[in-house]
Design a protein around this ligand. Sequence first.
Ligand SMILES: Nc1ncnc2c1ncn2[C@@H]1O[C@H](COP(=O)(O)OP(=O)(O)O)[C@@H](O)[C@H]1O
Ligand SMILES: CC(=O)OP(=O)(O)O
Ligand SMILES: [Mg+2]
Length: 388
Amino acid sequence: MSAALLVLNIGSSTIKFALYPADGDGVIARGRIENVGHEPALVMNEGGDALDGAAPPQDKPQIRDLTIWLLETLSARFADREISGIGHRVVHGGPDFAAPVRVTPDILDSLDRLTPLAPQHQPHNLAGIHAAEALWAGIPQVACFDTAFHHARPRLSKLFALPRALSEEGILRYGFHGLSYAHIARLLPGTFDAQTAAGKVIVAHLGSGVSLCGMEAGTSVSTTMGFTALDGVMMGTRCGQIDPGVLIHLMRDKGLDADALEKLLGKQSGLLGVSGISNDMRKLAASDAPEAEEAIALFAASILHHIGALAADLGGLDGLVFTAGIGEHDAALRLRVMHGLAWLGLIPDEAANEAHGPIISRPESRISAAVIPTDEEAEIRDSLRALL
Ligand SMILES: Nc1ncnc2c1ncn2[C@@H]1O[C@H](COP(=O)(O)OP(=O)(O)O)[C@@H](O)[C@H]1O
Ligand SMILES: CC(=O)OP(=O)(O)O
Ligand SMILES: [Mg+2]
């Protein structure tokens, strides 16, 4: 039996997976379950033949059941492969986990204690670990953290202006999407000239969750998400940065409790809340409704606002990268953002932008802009190989 590595990336609205040979290059199979929570569908990117005819259960459309279904299906369809290691995206590593770790019962307990800090992600990530252990008992599992890439950034980038005791308790700005940023950081030298790649670069991860990372020489200096994945730029269903006074008002005058607030800010806001139509950029872009246009305009404005803040944190800007679902595919949104950066000397190359890059700025532009597809699964695979 030839050995294989399984990678699981459970996000807020998709379950992505990939099966790789244990040694050497290539992909055995790779895909994702989309439309979780409604009418889940399996979409294969590579190696789809082996999963022909497999359809996620429509009566149990939630992430946990879909993960169990997916792992059981992979285990049955790839019974000729010996799974020698399983790598997981785990969104929150808290203050302690600065690098990928081999999962043990103690580690699982520590990660479970972080669940309140990432309620839309962490329980699903951990459910994936339990489901894998049930199917492949004793096979090494590795947890790779969204927060780890941001771990070494300056203390001032982590502190809230709260009483010291709260910061010491771990109420800090952690930052997320670190597996995506680590992957992009590795690709900067092959995309930009050497000076730009080693310079001040903002990476815009525009997916279901949205964040920006200001990097210098490929390391995180500043990022828009904070203690949780709710902060920063407006997202598909999350509000992003908000006046905390709004929350006090909603609690005191509208009687919302913590669960109701979490649902409002995490699942009913963002593009969905502002448009009243959808959290899916494709649907909003295709809509004639003024509310859809307003939601997209607010989204672009939010990205620009935070690019300004990160450029100030970096003390300048040499390069801008767009990545993740919206960043990689939505040329109109990218152009809107680039036009908003004319004051910084960014001159878009409109034809290259329509063709999705890689370089989407003109040679005379003061800031280089690029589209780089992210690959969180490859990042997890490499950490898994290194730890096994
Ligand atoms: N062709 C496209 N044009 C515009 N938006 C797109 C396109 N393809 C995907 N998206 C958007 O990308 C987002 C999902 O991004 P993705 O990075 O896959 O998310 P996840 O956080 O679930 O991993 C959705 O908002 C979707 O509408
Ligand atoms: C951290 C986060 O927001 O992840 P996702 O974009 O996968 O929801
Ligand atoms: Mg994602």
